[in-house]
Structure formats: C-alpha cells, structure tokens
Design a protein around this ligand. Structure first.
Ligand code: SF4
Length: 485
C-alpha cells in the first residue's frame, strides 16, 4: 500500500491522489470572485448518478426484489439505517426528520424496521456479511438504550459484521447520554460523528440549535475515553450571522478537540423543501463572496492543522483510511459520503433511505406514516428507483472520477469501456471550454481531464457537464438542487 499523503517540508499536500505544494493557500481570490457569479447556480451533489429527480415511481417493490436477487452470494454489503427522530428542529436542516417527544413513534419504528430488515434479507440469495454499517438521521441517539440494542441486533443478525467493519453513528451532543455511549461501544460502534455546525451563540440562536462548546467537548472526551477509533465533526458555512472573524473563533475552538475527520458543508438555502428556513432574512446570510471567503478560511485552517482535503467537503487526518484510499485511488462515494468500500451494495432501512445496488437505486417512502403502513402491510416501502442503463454506468464512472479523484484518464476509460473518451464525450469535453478558460479544469489533446485546485471548489459544475439528465431537469419549474456555492 502506498504511503498516506503527509504534510511535509515541501509544503501542504492537497492534491487528489498525489502530493502537491500549497495550491489551496495560493488560490487567486480575485479570479475566484470574478468567475463566481457564473457558477453559483443550482447543481446536484452527485451522491448518485443519475440523481434522484431522474428516478421514477414505476420502480417499486417487484423491481427492488429483483435487484436484491442479483446480489452475488459472496459479495459484502454495506448497511444504512435512517433514524428520523429529533427532539427539536434546527432551522437550517433539510434532512428527513420527525420532531417528537412522544415515545410511541420510535417504539413503532423499531417494530417496523425489524420487519423491513427481514423482508430485504429474505430477498437476497446467499448470506452476505457487512463491511460497513452506518446510522444517520434525524438523531439516532433519540432511541433509548434498549432500542439501540434491538436495532443493532436485528441488523447484525441478518447481516453479520466483519471483524474489521466500519461501524459508525451520528450522535447529537445535546441529547446523547453516557449510558448511550456505553451501549454504542458495547454494540461495536467504532466511529462517531457529531453535528457542531458553528460554536458562536448568535449563530446558534438564529439556527435554533443551542449547543455550548463544553457540551461538544464533553462528548468528545467520553468517546475518546471509550476508545472509539474515530471522532468526526460536521460544520456548516454560510449560516446566518456568520462572518470570517466569527467562524475563525469556531475553528479555533473545534481544532483544540482534534477531530479525526471534518465535514464542512455549505448551508443550502432550499426554502421549497425546508420551510423553517423562511425564518431567516436573506440579509442575515453572508453574501456569496463572504461565504466563499469563510469556506477558504476553513480550508486553510484545516490544511495548516495537518488535515488532507479528501474531496468536495471532507477533510481527514493523514493516517485516516480515507486519506490512504485517496492516495491509492480506491476512494469511493456513496450515499453515506466518501468511503473506502468498493463493489459493495448499500442496503438501506428506514423512511426515505436509499439502497444503492450494482445496477439500481431504490428509495423508501419519506413520510414516516406511509413508510410504517407500507412496511406493515408489504414488508417493504419502496417509493421510487432507477435501473441504470449501460450509458448511465459510463457516466456514473466519469462523474465519480471527477468527484473523488479530480481526474479522468483517457487510457483508463478505453481499458474499461473499450471506446475513446475524446470521441465518445466530444460534446461534453467541448462544453468545458469556458471552465478551462476560467482555470477550473485542464483537458489535453487526448481528452485526459484534470480538475485544478480552483476547480475543486466548483467540482459539481465540472461533473455537471457529463450529466445527461440535467438539461431536462433544469427546465423544471420547481427548483431541484441547492446552489453549487
Ligand atoms: S440538524 Fe440534525 S438534529 Fe437538527 S433537526 Fe436536522 S436532523 Fe435533527
């Protein structure tokens, strides 16, 4: 295995897949500000290709069962459980969540999700083991300790975990107790990630998420004393009242806790799906130029602190396995984010959860009531999905290369698909001419494509050139995607 990329005497390493000298710190900010208005429109995040708006409701239970039946008996799977419950609503949130204090809802959820696990397990031939398990939400630690044990047991009895499996969970410092931490450890969770977002009280008040820094520090210390392998933070830039100076203080604080991975998300103002965001005055949000400066500040601070830029919005310590996967070209992206898992099907449980199979995506009912009723009566709650065509598979590979590695090799393309990248994607490569002129991407005469350090900040815009569904989606009267910046 290739050594992980490390910051060394030559400078800070940031290039996808190969060391590079300080490019992020030398970005031409004036150039960035000049070109930014051309690129800040809406665009997909490409956790899948085709993206969800291209899926259809003709894909239902029968198609999902057929896709599950194709999983080879000897292939590992990855598991995702969506636990949608939260105590209170954060005003920036666009996740699928159910705000409740009532114990009946999680109790019924636990019953139904066991039924869903049994249905999916029964549809799969062989006895696959799981190499990855992740619980997201919502707030998974909204569940009681008994419910956590029950759900964990149901998943791992159906799909036994490999001894070295990555077993992760999202925890909320505001609601997670020490006894829950004990149970998570006892179950076998080895990674936790927690939403921090911003430690500034004024910002926290605006987003309706009061989380004093000490609360976060306490949970980190509880995780470390129980020897969780990895403690990860989520931060958000572009929130109301954020400034460069205020976010610098957030960064000062969170870096003292030395998280193993950091996800730095852009606040997506998507009022058509998250109505509570209408509580913000647009004037309270940083303008696009300030927002990008806040993002650049954070990137600089992470690189100076020794983190590597894994891709889009993720940073990790050099010894982290994501950093090693980045270096040896095995980095992948799925609905759970960046991952080292290759060639595994993702089986997802719970409302709105998305299963990602070799040739298909399948999503369950988003509404908890409808999900419960469907699972209760049929065993599964497939709402929509998509079977990938041969062309989808090729474009999916191209977009994944751009998003995960920042390059596409014409030689590798030919070896995989038998054609010529330059010939097969002539129109798409030509459409990138303006982005090439703006210094975001470099394309040589053979069609080899390389994303520049500046282009990494706008990588979604580059990937969009290879999305065959996007033109039609952009004609939709309803907004479908968040802004790329
Ligand atoms: S941000 Fe997390 S804790 Fe807050 S409402 Fe959304 S899912 Fe719940």
């Amino acid at each position: 295995m290739q050594d992980p990329i490390r910051p060394d005497a030559r400078g800070i390493t940031t290039e996808w897949g190969a060391p590079q000298r300080e490019p992020e710190l030398k970005l031409d900010l004036e150039q960035l500000e000049r070109i930014l208005p051309r690129y800040e429109g809406p665009g997909p995040r490409y956790t899948s290709y085709p993206t969800a708006p291209a899926w259809n409701e003709e894909y239902g239970e029968a198609q999902f069962r057929e896709s599950l039946g194709k999983i080879p008996p000897d292939r590992d799977v990855a598991l995702y459980a969506h636990v949608p419950f939260c105590d209170s609503l954060c005003h920036f949130c666009a996740c699928n969540r159910v705000i409740t204090q009532k114990p009946e809802l999680p109790a019924r959820y636990i019953d139904e999700i066991q039924r869903e696990i049994a249905w999916i397990r029964e549809a799969i031939p062989g006895a696959p083991h799981a190499s990855q398990l992740h619980w997201g939400g919502g707030t998974p630690t909204h569940l009681t300790t008994d419910q956590i044990r029950t759900l964990f047991r149901a998943l791992t009895e159906a799909f036994p975990l490999h001894a070295d499996a990555e077993v992760s969970i999202e925890v909320d410092p505001r609601v997670t107790s020490e006894s829950q931490m004990d149970v998570l450890k006892e179950c076998g969770f080895n990674r936790i990630s927690m939403g921090v977002q911003d430690t500034n009280p004024k910002v926290q008040q605006a987003i309706h998420r009061i989380q004093p820094f000490d609360q976060t520090a306490t949970l980190v210390s509880q995780a470390r004393s129980r020897e969780f392998e990895s403690v990860n933070f989520d931060l958000i830039y572009g929130l109301p009242y954020q400034t460069e100076a205020s976010f610098e203080r957030t960064l000062d604080e969170i870096l003292t806790l030395q998280p193993d991975r950091i996800a730095l998300y852009s606040y997506a103002h998507v009022t058509w799906v998250a109505k509570q965001q209408r509580g913000f005055e647009r004037k309270d949000l940083p303008d696009p130029s300030s927002k990008i400066r806040i993002m650049l500040l954070a990137i600089r601070r992470f690189l100076e602190a020794g983190y590597l830029h894994i891709g889009m919005d993720h940073f990790a310590r050099p010894e982290d396995e994501l950093s090693r996967a980045l270096a040896d070209g095995s980095l992948r992206r799925n609905f759970m984010g960046y991952t080292t898992q290759q060639g595994v099907d993702v089986l997802a449980f719970g409302p709105s959860a998305i299963s990602e199979l070799q040739d298909a995506y399948a999503q369950s009912e988003r509404d908890i009531q409808r999900w419960q009723e469907a699972v209760s009566s049929r065993g599964c709650a497939t709402l929509r999905g998509h079977v990938l065509t041969a062309e989808d598979q090729v474009r999916s590979w191209l977009i994944a290369r751009i998003m995960c590695h920042g390059d596409v090799s014409a030689t590798e393309y030919s070896a995989r698909f038998g054609g010529s990248l330059k010939h097969d994607f002539c129109r798409e490569l030509e459409s990138l001419d303006p982005l090439q002129a703006d210094g975001l991407v470099e394309i040589d005469s053979d069609g080899n494509l390389r994303v520049t350090p500046l282009g990494r900040l706008l990588v979604r815009n580059i990937a969009m050139a290879f999305d065959a569904y996007l033109a039609e989606q952009q004609r939709s009267a309803k907004p479908l995607f968040s802004k790329t910046v």
